[in-house]
Design a binder for this molecule. Structure first.
Ligand SMILES: *[C@@H]1O[C@H](CO)[C@@H](O)[C@H](O)[C@H]1NC(C)=O
Ligand SMILES: *[C@@H]1O[C@H](CO)[C@@H](O)[C@H](O)[C@H]1NC(C)=O
Length: 983
């Protein structure tokens, strides 16, 4: 009893008043306190570690051996500790397990850790430890050093003293050099992971002698050479991962002799040959990837027997043949990737029976037939059938798919028909790609339901309708590509809701209206492609705020005005802005149009003769696709050698004042058709529908008249009766229209063509021998004279442009106000009269109606230089586009002051060729009439380009005169801030 009380007192005393130096400080306490002092412990995880304690066994994360009260295990994982691992841990001489994984520890690993005799488990994984790997550590049973920054090679004899290693992982370091041969001594090894280093050299043959190996991971190194034989001896192997090396040769044929394999990954190597037959014996295999090799031969037909398969990846090889329908027996399969092989035949409908399947990728093969409906009745998350030869319709998705599908790629097939409206119910869809098919429907409005849609790609189909405004209701859309369809209408204002959008690509549609200002809200936008639409108006200046924009293309629309000041717009190159109606940029050598309130639509019918009298052609609303201006025909010009050129000119024309009210006195009112007025002059009244017959002996008038010209259709005379001067054209008698009725009808039609830019036909005279046409006489002579013969000063640019526009208006009236159109057939400067105000008036229009076709084509050869190529070739259908050709040549003459064809000593210069070369070489200024002192360069180039398109060899690529007028308006629109002295 006494003893007991004494002992108790002693114990009590010693714990209340521990004598400081009475006993030696515990080694474990010392080691751990010093270890702690080298660390940064941001969360105070080690606050229980108190240096005043006699024993560390009660400290957090510390375990002691109950026998000797020494520290045996230290678990300090995931405590955000940083700093270095102190050598003081050597003091813990009973330590068996040290685990410091997932901290931020740095510095080298002390080799002396291996001096702790009891240590057999070291886990320093997921830190930032660097330096070489101390070879001494290889003696540990469990060594986990993965995901650090260890570097250098491993000594070849590193594992010589490894007695009973079980687990070795050095994955995710920067170790290099060959794998040590001594690895083969680690016969007790279960788990070997050397992945994600820079190990090189061959596959160490000795590894196959590690019979207890269950996991072998050498992935992501630069190991090369063939995989050696001998694999059969690692018959316990469960997981084999060699992906991401440079192994070559074929897959090991003995692989089927490792019956417990559940995972095989040979992907991303250079492996050739066929899939080994022995593979089918692996009925525990769940994960099989041989993707991204050069594996050939037929797709394994026995695959249906490998019932444990869950993950199958054969992608990016060269497998041939078809997929057997037995694949439907793989009921556990969740993932099947056959992308990018050479598989053919139909997609087995039995795939619909793989009810675990959630990812199915079949893209980039040659599968044909239709998409099995069953595939749209599964719980798939991803379906990729892209880039095959699949035909038929897109099956309607079933309700199972509504809740699961996130990725759908059917692009690059031959699918037809609608986008099924049920598609809108795929509420989880993130990626939808139906591009490059032949889908025809409107875009289903339900597409706006998608809450998480990030990519919508419907390019290159035949989709119609407008872009729905709710397309961005979810706000998650990042990529929207609708290019190359037939979408119409405006870009919806709500596009501004697409706040995540970084690629907006709507090119090659028929979108119209303005670019919405709200596009400027797309602050993440990197790529904006709007080219080849019909967008008009000015580009909203707010688009300059798009700071992230890297690429923008707005070419080939009808945009005008300044480019936005900020962002990428001022640095766009010409190809991104070309082909608009008037973008203002120093890079674009085309017209600049600003502050235009409305799209330019000039009504070519404004001067229609009298409503109701002539059937008008329905208004053509098509604009010229301005690309035509650039697309200068490359067709060869008519060979110069075959030309028989007799340029007739009206050199005799002189300036004579012209008067109205001609022949008034000798005429009486008449009603038409009483008789055909043979031998009398019939005058059309310009103001009323009345006509007058005049008893004038025009034969005798003609005898006194002066012949002033000779044209394709006959001679022209100036005649004066009673002080009135008129022009009388005597038509060629041969091949004329035989009957007066026919002649009368045709001339009356021409008589109705009244327009400020047409020289009106006043009347006619008909006898079987003589046909005369009477018209006003132009005081100032013809354009031919003004350009090439006149002594008066050269015309200003403004005068020239006025002539071009006026001529275009006159022609547009002839072409578009009459049905069938009145074709001039012979437009050239000598047929364009110019009055004292420099207003042009087209004369001699439509005369071909009065002659037979034979004469027309023969006669035209004499007007070479103006004649459209199709006129020279009688088999072609001729329409009003031949006048457009003549107009084009005339424009070139007006700009250059040169003749359509000029003869030198030993060469012939064809003006349109000359201009074409100049434009192509950028020497436009050199071909401008040197007589003009001042002219705006920015108008000259587009005008000449227009002229070149008008003289395209292919009639259908020439613009209509209405389109020409629109373009002319754009080329020369008076700007508020630009001075036009000539206008
Ligand atoms: C699919 O392709 C195979 C082989 O190329 C061919 O025999 C078969 O007729 C094709 N089937 C269809 C529906 O086109
Ligand atoms: C959309 O994505 C978010 C975040 O990934 C997710 O939480 C949400 O469930 C998704 N919504 C749908 C309908 O899939």
């Amino acid at each position: 009893m006494k003893f007991h009380r004494y002992a108790l007192l002693l114990l009590l005393l010693s714990s209340l008043f521990p004598p400081p130096c009475l006993c030696q400080l515990n080694d474990d306490v010392l080691g751990l306190i010093v270890f702690k002092s080298a660390l940064l412990d941001p969360h105070q995880s080690l606050s229980s570690w108190n240096e005043d304690d006699a024993s560390p066994c009660a400290w957090k994360f510390v375990q002691c051996n109950s026998g000797n009260a020494r520290v045996s295990e230290l678990h300090l994982d995931s405590l955000s500790l940083s700093g270095k691992i102190s050598r003081s841990l050597e003091k813990l001489t009973s330590l068996k397990l040290l685990s410091l994984s997932n901290n931020n520890l740095s510095g080298p690993i002390s080799p002396d850790l291996a001096l702790i005799p009891t240590l057999d488990h070291l886990d320093l994984s997921r830190n930032s430890l660097s330096g070489n790997l101390p070879p001494s550590l290889a003696a540990l049973q469990f060594l986990h050093l993965s995901h650090n920054a260890l570097s250098g090679p491993l000594p070849d004899n590193m594992f010589d003293n490894s007695l009973s290693p079980r687990f070795l992982s050095l994955a995710g370091n920067r170790l290099e050099g060959p794998l040590p041969a001594s690895l083969s001594k680690c016969v007790t090894l279960n788990h070997l992971n050397l992945s994600s280093n820079r190990f090189s050299g061959g596959f160490p043959r000795g590894i196959w002698s590690l019979e207890r190996l269950r996991t072998l991971d050498l992935s992501r190194n630069v190991l090369s050479g063939e995989i050696p034989a001998g694999m059969a001896s690692v018959h316990n192997l469960k997981e084999l991962d060699l992906h991401g090396n440079q192994f070559s040769g074929s897959l090991p044929s003995e692989i089927g002799l490792c019956p417990h394999l559940s995972k095989i990954d040979f992907s991303y190597n250079f492996i050739t040959g066929a899939v080994p037959e022995s593979l089918q014996k692996l009925n525990e295999l769940a994960y099989l990837s041989i993707s991204n090799n050069f594996i050939t031969g037929d797709f394994p037909q026995w695959i249906g027997g490998m019932s444990s398969l869950e993950h199958v990846d054969f992608s990016s090889n060269a497998l041939t043949g078809s997929v057997p329908s037995s694949i439907g027996e793989l009921k556990s399969m969740k993932f099947l990737n056959l992308v990018q092989n050479k598989l053919i035949g139909g997609i087995p409908s039995s795939l619909g029976e793989c009810w675990s399947l959630s990812v199915l990728r079949l893209g980039g093969n040659a599968f044909n037939g239709t998409i099995p409906n069953g595939l749209f009745d599964m719980k798939l998350e991803e379906l990729d059938v892209s880039r095959n030869e699949v035909t038929g319709f897109v099956p309607p998705p079933s309700s199972k798919l509504y809740e699961s599908l996130e990725i759908l790629d059917l692009s690059g097939n031959n699918l037809v028909g609608d986008i099924p409206p049920e598609m809108g119910l795929l509420s989880k869809l993130r990626y939808l790609n139906l591009s490059w098919n032949h889908l025809e429907s409107r875009m289903p409005p339900e597409l706006g339901y998608f809450q998480n849609l990030t990519v919508l790609d419907l390019r290159s189909n035949a989709l119609t309708g407008s872009i729905p405004g709710d397309i961005c209701d979810s706000g998650s859309l990042a990529i929207l590509q609708l290019d190359d369809n037939s979408f119409v209408g405006p870009i919806p204002d709500q596009i501004g809701n697409c706040s995540s959008l970084y690629l907006l690509s709507l090119s090659h549609n028929s979108l119209s209206g303005r670019i919405p200002e709200s596009v400027s809200l797309l602050s993440k936008l990197k790529i904006l492609k709007l080219e080849e639409n019909e967008l008009s108006g000015e580009i909203p200046p707010q688009l300059g705020r798009l700071e992230n924009l890297l690429i923008a293309n707005i070419s080939h629309n009808r945009l005008v005005g300044r480019l936005p000041a900020g962002g990428i717009f001022q640095t766009l190159d010409a190809t991104s802005i070309d082909g608009n109606m008037g973008i203002c940029s120093p890079l674009v050598k085309s017209p600049c149009v600003m502050n235009v309130p409305k799209p330019l639509v000039l009504d070519p019918y404004a001067y229609a003769s009298q409503p109701g009298r002539e059937a008008r052609s329905p208004p053509r609303r098509t604009f010229l696709s301005v690309s035509a201006i650039v697309a200068i025909s490359a067709a060869a010009f008519i060979s110069v050698g075959v030309l028989v050129i007799t340029l007739l000119n009206a050199s005799a024309r002189r300036r004579i004042a012209f008067f109205d009210n001609a022949l008034e006195s000798m005429c009486s009112s008449s009603t038409r058709s009483a008789n055909m007025a043979a031998g009398k002059l019939l005058l059309f009244d310009s103001k009323s529908a009345a006509e007058r017959l005049c008893n004038v002996d025009l034969n005798s008038v003609l005898n006194k008249a002066a012949k002033i010209g000779e044209g394709v259709f006959g001679s022209v005379y100036k005649a004066t009766t009673d002080g009135t001067t008129v022009a009388i054209k005597r038509l060629l008698t041969s091949n004329r229209v035989q009957y007066q009725e026919e002649f009368d009808r045709e001339v009356r039609i021409l008589g109705k063509a009244k327009h400020p830019n047409l020289n009106p036909l006043r009347g006619y005279y008909w006898t079987p021998e003589l046909q005369l046409l009477v018209s006003d006489y132009a005081a100032e002579g013809s354009l031919q004279a003004r350009l090439h013969e006149s002594a008066s000063p050269p015309m200003t640019w403004g005068e020239r442009f006025r002539i071009v526009v006026g001529t275009a208006k006159g022609l547009a009236h002839l072409h578009h106000s009459f049905r069938p159109p009145i074709i001039h057939y012979n437009l050239k400067p000598s047929n364009v009269l110019v009055d004292e105000n420099v207003n042009p008036k087209i004369s001699d229009f439509g005369l071909a109606r009065l002659l037979t076709k034979h004469v027309v084509s023969n006669r035209f050869q004499s007007a070479m230089g103006y004649v459209a190529p199709e006129l020279a070739c009688q088999s072609l259908r001729v329409n009003e586009k031949c006048d457009v050709y003549g107009f084009g040549v005339m424009v070139m003459e007006v700009v250059t002051g040169r003749r359509a064809v000029e003869y030198g000593e030993d060469n012939v210069v064809i003006l349109s060729d000359h201009v074409r070369v100049a434009v192509e070489q950028g020497n436009v200024v050199e071909c401008v009439d040197p007589g003009m002192r001042e002219y705006p360069e920015e108008e000259v180039l587009p005008l000449l380009k227009l002229a070149l398109v008008c003289t395209s060899q292919i009639p259908s690529t020439r613009p209509s005169m209405a389109e020409v007028l629109q373009i002319l308006q754009v080329i020369n629109t008076p700007l508020p801030n630009r001075i036009h002295p000539q206008f």
